[in-house]
Ligand binder design. Structure first.
Ligand code: GDP
Length: 423
């Protein structure tokens, strides 16, 4: 079975929690895009973990975790994360973590350039997490970075890096007036971080092909969500990689694979980190209450997230982009304090009510058209069976399901592994 778990909206939908729940059914978990820029939160018997690069299957014995060729391999961030996880008693070995030799390296200047460009943009900034992701991907596509596998061939690595360094210093010095890097800096960086991840580097494509041939089940884990996808999201307020399920085969090392099940994760309300149009955004007291109730602060940056009611128009579009076969609706328990549950059912654009998701350039002109559903106003975090949910909560789930055109298979009512209703 090949399954992808993806975000339907702006990210932070609770994918980490769903992957953690489902990993017990899979032999292999693969990260196929993105890097240290977003965080999955996993709560399990060992504690609370903010994972940025490590696949969420790292906590399960016997699961092989893969960082595919599509990820932005930030050795520094990965190593820090590995230390955190091993420090809490989880063993990480080349048996349970494999890094693609074809994953490109996020180099030290990528982070610098991210910060320098955001500073240059000033009030027009994209709201980057400054982890170097946009400079990394632009260099990857310009063929100006190195692949992880080159760490295994030092002679070739140094020759390759020398050429890149010369070119990169031109940008650092002449465009941004920043300090150039030297080969010594790079040698120190490789000694500090590259050497540490070297034992985990291998041909993960070969591993995955063998795993697939042997009938193993594989779970592809995405970062962020449809609306942050480089091609289909709210460009330019997107990430610089493809967060959609269609990219999973390419970014993981199984380019011809057909994903059979796509679990799209949707939050029972909306949240969004960073800049860009966010049609159903709440402000003031209403926003503060929801943000507090949902603990909506960035896993990576700690920034307060922008929040609002569920956005049916954006969610329906997100479902279509992902080709979702199943939906996991998370954080239903957070809505329990509301007497009426607001939903953004349509948009109004240029005086007309619309149900399609507008082109990014005109999205800021769209206004939310609200509808209200009955609240349930009781604690549902202990509920485990569909029939035990209050009728108003079931109606809310059924309404969302009808509107977005995809079956809601999982309803999450808490962050813990077992706080789930499976329909
Ligand atoms: P991800 O990037 O999509 O994994 O999203 P986050 O890491 O931001 O996860 C969302 C947050 O919500 C985490 O702190 C989770 O532990 C938490 N969470 C996930 N599902 C639920 C739920 O159903 N109820 C509650 N109360 N918290 C949840």
């Amino acid at each position: 079975m090949l399954t992808a778990i993806v975000g339907i909206n702006w990210g932070d939908e609770g994918k980490g929690r769903m992957v953690d729940l489902l990993t017990s059914e899979y032999d292999v978990v693969v990260r196929y895009q993105g890097g240290g820029n977003a965080g999955h939160t996993v709560v399990n018997e060992l504690g609370k973990f903010a994972l940025h690069l490590l696949p969420s299957g790292i906590f399960r014995k016997g699961v092989v975790n893969i960082l595919g060729n599509g990820v932005a391999l930030d050795c520094e961030s990965l190593w820090t994360e590995m230390q955190d996880v091993t420090g809490k008693g989880v063993a990480i070995t080349p048996e349970n973590l494999k890094i693609s030799d074809r994953a490109s390296l996020l180099l030290p200047w990528h982070r610098d350039l991210d910060g320098l460009e955001e500073a240059r943009l000033a009030d027009k900034k994209y709201g980057s997490t400054k982890q170097g992701i946009a400079p990394f991907y632009s260099d990857k596509y310009q063929k100006k970075t190195v692949m992880a596998g080159e760490l295994l061939y030092p002679d070739k690595l140094w020759e390759h890096l020398e050429g890149i360094l010369e070119w990169k210093n031109l940008t650092l010095e002449k465009v941004y007036g920043a300090k150039p890097y030297t080969m010594e800096d790079l040698r120190a960086w490789v000694a500090d971080y590259g050497e540490k991840i070297k034992p985990f580097i291998c041909d993960t494509g070969a591993f995955l092909r063998e795993a697939q041939a042997a009938g193993k089940s594989i779970l592809f884990e995405a970062q962020l969500g449809s609306l942050r996808d480089l091609d289909y999201g709210i460009y330019p307020y997107t990430t610089s990689s493809n967060a959609i399920a269609a990219y999973a085969p390419v970014g993981s090392g199984l380019p011809c694979a057909r994903i059979e099940k796509v679990v799209g994760v949707v939050k029972a309300y909306s949240s969004c980190v960073g800049e860009g149009p966010f049609t159903c955004e709440w402000f003031g007291e209403e926003a503060e209450k929801l943000r507090e109730a949902g603990g909506e602060y960035g896993a990576k940056t700690g920034r307060p997230r922008r929040v609002g009611p569920i956005d049916i128009v954006a969610t329906r579009y997100g479902v279509q982009c992902q080709g979702a076969t199943d939906i996991a609706l998370t954080k239903m328990d957070i809505l329990s304090y509301m007497d009426k549950i607001p939903v953004c059912a349509h948009y109004e654009l240029n005086g007309q009510q619309i149900d399609y998701f507008p082109f990014p350039a005109v999205l800021p002109d769209a206004k939310p058209v609200m509808e209200y559903m009955e609240g349930w106003q009781c604690d549902i975090s202990g509920v485990r069976r569909w029939e035990d949910l209050p009728e108003a909560a079931r109606k809310y789930v059924e309404y969302v399901e009808r509107q977005i055109g995809c079956h809601i298979t999982y309803v999450s009512v808490g962050p813990e592994r077992d706080s789930i209703i499976i329909r």
